[in-house]
Design a protein around this ligand. Structure first.
Ligand SMILES: Nc1ncnc2c1ncn2[C@@H]1O[C@H](COP(=O)(O)OP(=O)(O)OP(=O)(O)O)[C@@H](O)[C@H]1O
Ligand SMILES: [Mg+2]
Length: 195
Protein backbone atom coordinates (compact mmCIF):
# COMPACT_ATOMS: atom_id res chain seq x y z
CA UNK A 1 0.00 0.00 0.00
CA UNK A 2 1.36 3.44 -0.91
CA UNK A 3 1.72 5.96 1.84
CA UNK A 4 0.25 9.08 0.26
CA UNK A 5 1.71 12.44 1.26
CA UNK A 6 -0.19 15.29 -0.31
CA UNK A 7 0.92 18.78 -1.33
CA UNK A 8 -1.33 21.70 -0.33
CA UNK A 9 -4.67 21.75 -2.12
CA UNK A 10 -4.47 18.14 -3.39
CA UNK A 11 -7.57 15.98 -3.05
CA UNK A 12 -6.81 12.94 -0.86
CA UNK A 13 -7.47 9.54 -2.43
CA UNK A 14 -10.03 7.43 -0.49
CA UNK A 15 -8.95 3.97 0.63
CA UNK A 16 -11.38 2.22 -1.72
CA UNK A 17 -10.18 4.42 -4.60
CA UNK A 18 -6.54 3.56 -3.86
CA UNK A 19 -7.41 -0.14 -4.24
CA UNK A 20 -8.32 0.59 -7.86
CA UNK A 21 -4.68 1.04 -8.84
CA UNK A 22 -3.98 -1.00 -12.00
CA UNK A 23 -0.20 -1.04 -11.59
CA UNK A 24 0.22 -3.17 -8.49
CA UNK A 25 4.04 -2.92 -8.51
CA UNK A 26 3.89 0.79 -7.55
CA UNK A 27 4.90 1.28 -3.92
CA UNK A 28 5.81 4.96 -3.52
CA UNK A 29 4.18 8.28 -4.29
CA UNK A 30 7.18 9.23 -6.49
CA UNK A 31 6.68 6.08 -8.62
CA UNK A 32 2.98 6.80 -8.91
CA UNK A 33 3.72 10.37 -10.06
CA UNK A 34 6.14 9.07 -12.69
CA UNK A 35 3.70 6.50 -14.12
CA UNK A 36 0.89 9.05 -14.17
CA UNK A 37 3.17 11.55 -15.93
CA UNK A 38 4.10 8.99 -18.62
CA UNK A 39 0.42 8.30 -19.19
CA UNK A 40 -0.30 12.06 -19.42
CA UNK A 41 2.39 12.52 -22.09
CA UNK A 42 0.37 10.16 -24.32
CA UNK A 43 -2.76 12.21 -23.62
CA UNK A 44 -1.03 15.47 -24.57
CA UNK A 45 -0.08 13.91 -27.90
CA UNK A 46 -3.65 12.68 -28.47
CA UNK A 47 -5.37 15.92 -27.49
CA UNK A 48 -3.28 18.00 -29.93
CA UNK A 49 -4.96 16.14 -32.79
CA UNK A 50 -8.57 16.75 -31.71
CA UNK A 51 -10.91 18.98 -33.71
CA UNK A 52 -12.39 22.15 -32.14
CA UNK A 53 -15.94 20.81 -32.54
CA UNK A 54 -15.18 17.63 -30.55
CA UNK A 55 -14.00 19.27 -27.34
CA UNK A 56 -16.66 21.10 -25.35
CA UNK A 57 -18.89 18.32 -24.08
CA UNK A 58 -19.19 15.90 -21.17
CA UNK A 59 -18.15 12.89 -23.25
CA UNK A 60 -14.88 14.53 -24.29
CA UNK A 61 -14.10 15.61 -20.70
CA UNK A 62 -14.45 12.00 -19.57
CA UNK A 63 -12.49 10.65 -22.52
CA UNK A 64 -9.57 13.00 -21.85
CA UNK A 65 -9.43 11.91 -18.18
CA UNK A 66 -9.54 8.26 -19.31
CA UNK A 67 -6.64 8.78 -21.72
CA UNK A 68 -4.63 10.74 -19.12
CA UNK A 69 -4.93 8.15 -16.32
CA UNK A 70 -6.29 4.95 -17.95
CA UNK A 71 -3.05 2.94 -17.65
CA UNK A 72 -2.81 3.69 -13.93
CA UNK A 73 -6.31 3.90 -12.37
CA UNK A 74 -9.39 1.76 -12.93
CA UNK A 75 -11.63 4.79 -12.24
CA UNK A 76 -10.03 6.92 -14.98
CA UNK A 77 -12.79 8.61 -16.97
CA UNK A 78 -15.46 7.81 -14.32
CA UNK A 79 -17.07 10.49 -12.17
CA UNK A 80 -16.66 10.24 -8.41
CA UNK A 81 -19.46 8.71 -6.29
CA UNK A 82 -18.64 10.40 -3.02
CA UNK A 83 -18.26 13.98 -1.86
CA UNK A 84 -14.81 15.53 -1.34
CA UNK A 85 -13.61 18.49 0.68
CA UNK A 86 -14.17 20.67 -2.40
CA UNK A 87 -16.48 20.28 -5.36
CA UNK A 88 -20.14 19.99 -6.22
CA UNK A 89 -22.27 17.24 -4.65
CA UNK A 90 -21.35 14.14 -6.68
CA UNK A 91 -24.85 13.63 -8.14
CA UNK A 92 -24.75 17.12 -9.74
CA UNK A 93 -21.49 16.57 -11.64
CA UNK A 94 -23.00 15.62 -14.97
CA UNK A 95 -25.45 18.55 -15.01
CA UNK A 96 -22.78 21.03 -13.89
CA UNK A 97 -20.36 19.93 -16.62
CA UNK A 98 -23.06 20.20 -19.25
CA UNK A 99 -23.93 23.73 -18.07
CA UNK A 100 -20.25 24.72 -18.07
CA UNK A 101 -19.70 23.41 -21.62
CA UNK A 102 -22.90 24.99 -22.97
CA UNK A 103 -22.19 28.32 -21.29
CA UNK A 104 -18.57 28.36 -22.58
CA UNK A 105 -19.76 27.53 -26.11
CA UNK A 106 -22.31 30.36 -25.94
CA UNK A 107 -19.67 32.84 -24.76
CA UNK A 108 -17.30 31.84 -27.58
CA UNK A 109 -19.94 32.14 -30.30
CA UNK A 110 -21.10 35.52 -29.02
CA UNK A 111 -17.58 36.73 -28.15
CA UNK A 112 -18.73 37.77 -24.68
CA UNK A 113 -15.33 37.58 -22.98
CA UNK A 114 -11.69 37.89 -24.06
CA UNK A 115 -10.11 34.43 -24.61
CA UNK A 116 -7.84 34.55 -21.51
CA UNK A 117 -10.69 35.64 -19.24
CA UNK A 118 -12.92 32.89 -20.59
CA UNK A 119 -10.16 30.28 -20.12
CA UNK A 120 -9.35 31.41 -16.55
CA UNK A 121 -13.00 31.16 -15.52
CA UNK A 122 -13.42 27.85 -17.36
CA UNK A 123 -10.42 26.40 -15.52
CA UNK A 124 -11.63 27.49 -12.10
CA UNK A 125 -15.18 26.28 -12.72
CA UNK A 126 -14.02 22.89 -14.03
CA UNK A 127 -11.66 22.23 -11.16
CA UNK A 128 -14.30 23.46 -8.72
CA UNK A 129 -16.82 20.88 -10.01
CA UNK A 130 -14.07 18.28 -9.27
CA UNK A 131 -15.67 15.61 -11.42
CA UNK A 132 -13.24 12.74 -10.78
CA UNK A 133 -11.84 10.94 -7.71
CA UNK A 134 -8.40 12.41 -8.52
CA UNK A 135 -6.39 14.06 -11.27
CA UNK A 136 -8.80 17.01 -11.43
CA UNK A 137 -6.06 19.69 -11.39
CA UNK A 138 -4.02 18.13 -14.18
CA UNK A 139 -7.14 17.33 -16.21
CA UNK A 140 -8.55 20.87 -15.85
CA UNK A 141 -5.19 22.42 -16.81
CA UNK A 142 -4.83 20.28 -19.93
CA UNK A 143 -8.48 20.87 -20.82
CA UNK A 144 -7.99 24.65 -20.45
CA UNK A 145 -4.86 24.61 -22.64
CA UNK A 146 -6.82 22.60 -25.23
CA UNK A 147 -9.63 25.18 -25.15
CA UNK A 148 -7.06 27.94 -25.69
CA UNK A 149 -5.10 26.25 -28.49
CA UNK A 150 -7.65 24.21 -30.42
CA UNK A 151 -10.74 26.40 -30.12
CA UNK A 152 -9.65 29.95 -29.26
CA UNK A 153 -6.43 29.74 -31.34
CA UNK A 154 -4.35 31.30 -28.54
CA UNK A 155 -1.16 30.29 -26.76
CA UNK A 156 -1.58 27.86 -23.87
CA UNK A 157 -1.08 29.12 -20.31
CA UNK A 158 2.33 28.99 -18.59
CA UNK A 159 0.78 28.12 -15.18
CA UNK A 160 3.45 29.95 -13.16
CA UNK A 161 6.29 28.27 -15.11
CA UNK A 162 7.10 26.02 -12.12
CA UNK A 163 6.38 22.53 -10.83
CA UNK A 164 2.75 22.42 -9.71
CA UNK A 165 2.88 18.78 -8.63
CA UNK A 166 5.20 19.28 -5.65
CA UNK A 167 4.85 21.59 -2.65
CA UNK A 168 6.48 24.77 -3.93
CA UNK A 169 6.01 28.53 -4.05
CA UNK A 170 4.43 28.13 -7.49
CA UNK A 171 1.88 25.68 -6.11
CA UNK A 172 1.07 27.94 -3.13
CA UNK A 173 0.46 30.91 -5.44
CA UNK A 174 -1.75 28.72 -7.67
CA UNK A 175 -3.83 27.33 -4.77
CA UNK A 176 -4.20 30.81 -3.21
CA UNK A 177 -5.30 32.21 -6.57
CA UNK A 178 -7.94 29.45 -6.85
CA UNK A 179 -9.16 30.24 -3.32
CA UNK A 180 -9.63 33.90 -4.31
CA UNK A 181 -11.48 32.73 -7.42
CA UNK A 182 -13.77 30.66 -5.13
CA UNK A 183 -14.87 34.05 -3.74
CA UNK A 184 -15.35 35.55 -7.22
CA UNK A 185 -12.02 37.40 -7.44
CA UNK A 186 -10.11 36.19 -10.53
CA UNK A 187 -7.28 38.78 -10.51
CA UNK A 188 -4.61 36.52 -8.96
CA UNK A 189 -5.47 33.55 -11.16
CA UNK A 190 -5.48 35.76 -14.28
CA UNK A 191 -2.00 36.97 -13.41
CA UNK A 192 -0.69 33.51 -12.41
CA UNK A 193 -1.65 31.62 -15.58
CA UNK A 194 0.51 33.91 -17.75
CA UNK A 195 3.45 34.21 -15.31
N1 LIG B 1 -9.99 26.06 -3.27
C1 LIG B 1 -9.91 25.53 -4.48
N2 LIG B 1 -10.74 25.96 -5.47
C2 LIG B 1 -10.69 25.43 -6.71
N3 LIG B 1 -9.83 24.46 -7.08
C3 LIG B 1 -8.98 23.98 -6.14
C4 LIG B 1 -8.98 24.48 -4.80
N4 LIG B 1 -8.01 23.82 -4.11
C5 LIG B 1 -7.45 22.94 -4.97
N5 LIG B 1 -8.02 23.03 -6.19
C6 LIG B 1 -7.69 22.26 -7.41
O1 LIG B 1 -7.76 20.90 -7.11
C7 LIG B 1 -6.59 20.25 -7.60
C8 LIG B 1 -6.33 19.05 -6.74
O2 LIG B 1 -7.29 18.05 -7.09
P1 LIG B 1 -6.84 16.59 -7.52
O3 LIG B 1 -5.95 16.03 -6.48
O4 LIG B 1 -8.05 15.85 -7.92
O5 LIG B 1 -6.02 16.88 -8.86
P2 LIG B 1 -4.56 16.43 -9.26
O6 LIG B 1 -4.37 16.60 -10.71
O7 LIG B 1 -4.27 15.08 -8.67
O8 LIG B 1 -3.81 17.54 -8.47
P3 LIG B 1 -2.40 18.13 -8.58
O9 LIG B 1 -1.83 17.81 -9.92
O10 LIG B 1 -2.60 19.60 -8.39
O11 LIG B 1 -1.67 17.51 -7.42
C9 LIG B 1 -5.50 21.32 -7.57
O12 LIG B 1 -4.49 21.09 -8.52
C10 LIG B 1 -6.30 22.54 -7.96
O13 LIG B 1 -6.41 22.62 -9.38
MG1 LIG C 1 -4.29 14.60 -6.70
Amino acid sequence: MIEFVYPEGATPIDLDESEELLLTHISTRAELDRWEQENIVEAIDWVERTKPTEILNEQFLRKLHKIMFGHVWRWAGHFRHSDKNIGEPWYQISTSLRNLCDDTQYQIINQIQAPDELAVRFHHHLVWIHAFPNGNGRHARLMTDTLLKNILKCKQFTWGSGNLRKSSDTRSIYINALRSADKGDYAKLRQFVRS
